[in-house]
Design a protein around this ligand. Structure first.
Ligand SMILES: C[S@@+](CC[C@H](N)C(=O)[O-])C[C@H]1O[C@@H](n2cnc3c(N)ncnc32)[C@H](O)[C@@H]1O
Length: 219
C-alpha cells in the first residue's frame, strides 16, 4: 500500500473545528493522552486476532497511530488503513509507522457517507476515542461502518461512555466530546455484541466502554 492520500474537498464546520483543535494538540498528544484514553490495548486484545491474521483493518480517526502501531507490531500480515481529518495528527502517525509503510494506507478524509470508496472492504472497523468527537454525524459514521464492512465483519469501539457530573459534560463538550450514553444503543442496533465492558475512570468521574460486535444483516 502507498502512503498518504489527501482530500480537502469535503470540508465542513465540524471538520475544520477538529482540524484546528488538533493543530495544537498533535504536538502534546502522545505525552498527555495515556492519562485518560483508557482501554485501547484491551480493545485490541478483545478482537482476538490469530497471530498470522491477514485481515484488513480500518481505523477511523487513527490520530497519531497509537493503535495502528500496536496492531502492525503484533500482527505482521495485517493490512491497515488509517483515516483521519487532521493532517497534523496524520503526519505524526505516518512518521511513527514509516517502517510498516508497505502495508499501511493513510487517508485524510472525514468518515461520512459520500462519494469516495475505500480501496478494499475492511474486515474490521475500529473507532478509538473518535465517535464521541463526530458531532454531528456519529450516527452516519456508524451506518457507514456497517455498510463498509465485509459480511461477518466486526466493529471495535473504545470511547467515553457517560459521567454523572454536569461540569464534566461541559468540560468535555468544550473539548468537542459528547458523552451521554448515546453510543451503546445504536452500536447494539447495528452490531451483535461479542465483547462489552464498561469501566469507571478516576473513581467514577466518567465511564468508558469497550465494544466489539459483529455486523448484523439487514439493518
Ligand atoms: C481523541 S483522538 C483519537 C486518536 C486515536 N484513535 C487514539 O486512540 O489515540 C480523535 C481523532 O479523531 C479524529 N476525527 C474527529 N472527527 C473525525 C471525522 N469526522 N472523521 C475522521 N476522523 C475524525 C481527530 O482528528 C482525532 O485524530
Amino acid at each position: 500500500m502507498e502512503s498518504l492520500q489527501l482530500d480537502r474537498g469535503m470540508e465542513n464546520s465540524q471538520v475544520s473545528t477538529i482540524r484546528s483543535y488538533y493543530q495544537l494538540h498533535a504536538k502534546l498528544y502522545q505525552a498527555t493522552r495515556w492519562t485518560f484514553l483508557f482501554g485501547r490495548k484491551r480493545m485490541l486484545d478483545a478482537l482476538q486476532l490469530p497471530p498470522a491474521s491477514d485481515k484488513t483493518i480500518l481505523e477511523v480517526g487513527c490520530g497519531t497511530g497509537h493503535n495502528l502501531n500496536g496492531l502492525a507490531k503484533r500482527y505482521p500480515n495485517l493490512q491497515l488503513i488509517g483515516l483521519d481529518i487532521s493532517p497534523d495528527m496524520l503526519q505524526v502517525a505516518a512518521k511513527k509507522l514509516m517502517r510498516f509503510s508497505r502495508r499501511i494506507l493513510f487517508l485524510e478524509k472525514p468518515y461520512s457517507p459520500g462519494a469516495w470508496q475505500l480501496p478494499s472492504k475492511p474486515d474490521v472497523v475500529l473507532f478509538s476515542y473518535c465517535l464521541t468527537m463526530i458531532n454531528p454525524g456519529w450516527e452516519a459514521a456508524l451506518q457507514r461502518a456497517h455498510d463498509d464492512l465485509e459480511e461477518g465483519g466486526h466493529i471495535a469501539v473504545v470511547d467515553f461512555h457517560d459521567s454523572p457530573y454536569r461540569f464534566f459534560h461541559r468540560w468535555m463538550g468544550f473539548n468537542h466530546v459528547r458523552m451521554d450514553n448515546h453510543l451503546l444503543p445504536l452500536l447494539k442496533k447495528h452490531f451483535d455484541p461479542t465483547h462489552l465492558e464498561v469501566h469507571q475512570a478516576y473513581g467514577g468521574l466518567w465511564s468508558y466502554l469497550i465494544f466489539v460486535g459483529k455486523k448484523k444483516q439487514g439493518v
